[in-house]
Design a protein around this ligand. Structure first.
Ligand SMILES: Nc1nc2c(ncn2[C@@H]2O[C@H](COP(=O)(O)OP(=O)(O)OP(=O)(O)O)[C@@H](O)[C@H]2O)c(=O)[nH]1
Ligand SMILES: [Mg+2]
Length: 279
């Protein structure tokens, strides 16, 4: 991936190190304008980290071409390399996958940063993608206030765009009944928490066949509660699946017109420093 010269000044000459960003780094990214936060919500093993890794690799290889936008830098290249390191796949061949995301008792997700510049614009827009362990959402789906679901609550509170992951592997597997029940609880929780934010149902592992009744039940559980939800399917075994379409949708989604009260900037939560910066 290569940034333009302008953007290189902007991004790459900063003395930045480290992997994914943490909460304390948010104010730094938000120095330009409030970034868009993309919350990736799904159970353990659903393919959330793989989704991020695949985007990074496809962008790096020039195989994902978001409409009217160019990649223009990242503050978390090391973090991207860490998630993508094991996913160097060739079309049609089973890749090795990123390791399970561990929570280490964290209270907020790892954040991976990308910025894109829209054609004809001078300023780029920052995007932060959450990479959170599925266990957080499995606690949160049945109890919003569950202990050790703090990170899931953080995402539900702060994300601007929400991706709800449906794992075709789990929904086709031996424990598919339990996987469906768990997905439906998660969809209900998300519907209760989403406010007007854009939501997409994202089927991962599209190479795996799911019974049509199962597919319909899952789809319905989302559409009944969130009729405006978009829908995408992706698979790392099929590079031509919806990777670019989903990325396009994310990059074009707009946050609902919420104006954060400025007194939030005095909060102890570093996220609210973002409220102090005009979008
Ligand atoms: N068949 C198939 N398997 C996939 C695909 N993507 C991911 N997987 C499998 O799903 C597993 C879990 O993927 P991850 O991306 O680690 O899942 P995660 O949602 O980040 O999981 P946690 O970090 O545990 O919450 C991988 O190790 C692969 O075995 C895919 O496109 N097709
Ligand atoms: Mg993960």
């Amino acid at each position: 991936m290569k940034a333009t010269e302008d953007e290189a000044d902007d991004h790459f000459l900063l003395p930045w190190s480290g992997g994914a960003l943490g909460l304390a780094d948010l104010a730094f990214v938000a120095g330009r304008a409030r970034p868009m936060i993309i919350g990736i919500i799904g159970p353990a093993n659903a393919g959330k980290t793989t989704l991020l890794a695949a985007w990074y690799l496809l962008l790096g290889r020039g195989e994902a071409h978001p409409t009217d936008r160019r990649f223009s830098g990242s503050f978390s290249l090391e973090g991207w390399e860490t998630v993508a390191g094991s996913l160097r796949w060739a079309p049609g061949r089973m890749p090795s996958f990123p390791p399970h995301t561990t929570s280490r008792g964290d209270r907020a997700p790892g954040l991976l940063h990308l910025s894109f510049i829209e054609e004809g614009q001078r300023r780029s827009t920052d995007y932060l993608f959450t990479d959170a362990p599925g266990e957080w959402f499995q606690r949160w789906e049945s109890n919003r206030d569950a202990a050790q679901a703090e990170g899931a609550r953080w995402i539900a509170d702060h994300a601007d765009i929400l991706l709800l992951i449906a794992d075709r592997g789990a929904l086709a597997g031996e424990r598919r009944g339990a996987a469906r029940g768990s997905f439906q609880r998660l969809a209900r929780r998300l519907a209760a928490e989403r406010r007007e934010r854009p939501v997409a149902l994202v089927w991962t592992k599209a190479d795996i066949e799911v019974e049509p009744e199962m597919e319909q039940a899952v789809q319905q559980s989302v559409l009944q509660l969130m009729p405006d939800a978009a829908e995408f399917s992706v698979s790392v075994l099929e590079a031509e699946t919806g990777w670019t379409a989903l990325l396009d949708w994310v990059l074009q989604a707009r946050r609902p017109g919420v104006v954060l009260p400025t007194h939030l900037a005095k909060s102890d939560d570093p996220f609210f420093l973002l409220g102090a910066v005009p979008a």
